[in-house]
Design a protein around this ligand. Structure first.
Ligand code: ZN
Length: 319
């Protein structure tokens, strides 16, 4: 019977799931159900458990057996406890997610790994995506929030309490706007979607509702305010990339998340700024690539980490 790993990605809107073949590195099934994050922790836990049940039942019909479960969640994750998850209302404190799920899920013997969602995304890009074949990799996912993940020597860096890799909360402007984390001038508060929309409103002198996708479209049709918005945002991103280059000296930085879909008009100014600011030897040869695996990357990474965790029953070493 072939092995399969169940990976879940707990997002503010949907719980995405994949059944992943860890030998073929291939997605077998994928799906999603609404998170219903606004209905509170108990409802979200029920939805996670129902996704687990449905997926296990689906796999049983095939000639496979699920041997591990991985879950990616926003927030700081340590030993199955999720802390400070700002996109899940009611989750601002500590939520003992592993314990809550274990009490309700079938197959109580199944090894379960819970990891930060962007760490999962970076693990997936490292294992089978844009950074395959590299051992020193930093990932940055830019959307409403800005998250990061760090791989050094082929190993995911989790820190003393699961809080490493929060690259979105490096200060890039001393007295900048207030961030959700309580600090001022974090990268997230400067280049997350809200900040980009705010910047566009200033440059276009308009308060009309607009999305980053619309700003991107306007920029491609040569709208000066939209171009200026993306170029300024790119420059700020570039300052952060320079710090990442200097601190970690990675071979590659992988950029993911919705904001990166804006493409060259954001990424080219970011690269130029990085080259201006980073120490030349660290910038030399540094590859900046966009993520390859798309919306399923978080769930795939959770599955990959869970597989390696269950195989080694040690920390989630991923090489
Ligand atoms: Zn912050």
């Amino acid at each position: 019977m072939r092995k399969a790993i169940l990976g879940l990605d707990l997002g503010g809107t949907n719980i995405k799931s994949v059944i992943f073949d860890p030998v073929l590195n291939k997605i077998i099934f994928q799906g999603q159900i609404p998170t219903q994050a606004g209905s509170g922790v108990a409802r979200v836990v029920d939805n996670i458990v129902s996704s687990i049940k449905d997926n296990l039942a689906a796999v049983e019909k095939s000639r496979r057996r699920v041997t591990a479960l991985g879950i990616g969640s926003a927030g700081l994750v340590e030993n199955g406890i999720v802390r400070n998850s700002p996109n899940l209302p009611g989750w601002q404190g500590s939520v003992p997610l592993l314990k809550l799920i274990r009490n309700k899920m079938p197959r109580g013997d199944l090894p379960v790994l819970i990891e930060n969602d962007v760490n999962c995304l970076v693990a997936a890009e490292y294992a089978i995506g844009a950074a395959k074949g590299y051992s020193e990799v930093v990932g940055l996912a830019i959307g409403t929030g800005v998250g990061g993940g760090i791989i050094i020597g082929g190993r995911l860096v989790t820190g003393a309490h699961g809080g490493a890799g929060e690259l979105g909360h490096m200060t890039v402007k001393m007295d900048g706007p207030l961030c959700k984390c309580g600090n001022h001038g974090c990268l997230e508060a400067m280049i997350g979607t809200d900040a980009i929309i705010q910047r566009f409103r200033q440059h276009s002198h308009s308060d009309a509702a607009v999305t980053v996708a619309q700003i991107s479209k306007l920029a491609k049709s040569k709208d000066p305010a939209a171009i200026k918005t993306l170029s300024e945002t790119g420059k700020i991103l570039g300052t952060a990339l320079a710090s990442i280059a200097n601190i970690f000296n990675p071979q590659m930085i992988v950029l993911g998340g919705g904001v990166i879909q804006t493409g060259k008009l954001l990424i080219d100014p970011a690269k130029q700024e990085m080259l201006k600011r980073a120490m030349p030897y660290n910038a030399k040869g540094l590859k900046i690539r966009t993520a390859k695996l798309g919306p399923a990357a978080g769930a795939v990474g959770a599955a990959i980490l869970a597989y390696r965790y269950s195989a080694k029953s040690d920390n989630p070493e991923i090489n």
